[in-house]
Design a protein around this ligand. Structure first.
Ligand SMILES: O=P(O)(O)OC[C@H]1O[C@H](OP(=O)(O)OP(=O)(O)O)[C@H](O)[C@@H]1O
Ligand SMILES: O=C(O)c1cc(=O)[nH]c(=O)[nH]1
Length: 231
């Protein structure tokens, strides 16, 4: 059996406490039907948001080779993730992360006051790490990458809470059952950047073996078999 590091299993326990990792039948943004769903919006309580920012901070700080100026959290769920993880990183290693900034986009540009669509640090000329909840089909992450490009930032990496490890949906005329990369795999290859995750679907399956029902586990495994990516 695979051993899960302490910060990951603590994070999974908090996911269950927050009801953020649910088993059932869920329609994803891409239209795919999934037997599980991760809802980062439920980490709204102080102890829960602290648990997710701690897990993100350890995932990033463990990679001492990575250098970045700004954590960019795509609206909306990325916003508290970027803000709280910047704070946690500075607490863990003030020397390295004391001047780290956060930034996020508005879904609709503001036309009065300071105006614009970026809140937080300006991206121009800076090394940007995106932080978000989940990448499935890659639509949201590609939008975020376009924003960073348009603002003159340099994308140096991505970290997500859950890597669902699933292949992209079939395009028109493609066979849904044909082998394909994940959106994470495609972006990693296209941009040559690291993409990190606190948890993967494999971790969720391992966890479910210990704490979920037989039926949840069977449906998860069937889903993984059907949609697993080739990367
Ligand atoms: O890889 P994809 O297929 O694009 O799906 C994953 C994304 O979709 C959802 O965000 P959404 O854009 O709905 O915004 P939200 O943060 O406001 O929930 C979710 O929070 C992920 O970020
Ligand atoms: O693909 C999605 O839309 C999606 C999956 C998931 O697990 N969580 C989420 O917020 N969105």
């Amino acid at each position: 059996m695979t051993t899960i590091p302490a910060y990951k299993s603590q994070f999974i326990d908090h996911c269950i406490k927050a009801n953020a990792l649910k088993f059932g039948t869920f329609t994803l943004k891409s239209g795919r039907i999934s037997p599980y769903f991760f809802n980062a919006g439920l980490f709204h309580r102080a102890d829960l948001i602290r648990s997710i920012s701690t897990a993100f901070a350890h995932t990033l700080a463990d990679r001492s080779d990575l250098e970045f100026d700004i954590l960019f959290g795509p609206a909306y769920k990325g916003v508290p993730l970027a803000t709280t993880t910047v704070d946690k990183l500075a607490e863990i290693n003030p020397e390295k992360y004391g001047s780290l900034s956060y930034s996020f986009n508005r879904k609709e540009a503001k036309t009065h006051g300071e105006g614009g669509s970026i809140v937080g640090a300006p991206l121009k000329g800076k090394k940007i790490f995106i932080i978000d909840d989940v990448i499935t089909a890659g639509t949201a992450i590609r939008e975020a990458i376009e924003i960073i490009k348009a603002e003159g930032g340099e994308l140096v990496g991505i970290v997500v809470a859950v890597d669902r490890m699933e292949k992209t949906p079939a395009k028109d005329g493609e066979d849904e059952s044909a082998p394909r990369q994940s959106a994470i795999g495609q972006v990693r290859e296209q941009y040559g950047i690291p993409i990190l995750a606190i948890l993967t679907l494999d971790d969720v399956v391992e966890f479910t073996k210990g704490k979920g029902t037989e039926d949840d586990l069977r449906r998860l495994k069937e889903y993984r078999e059907m949609y697993k990516a080739i990367d």
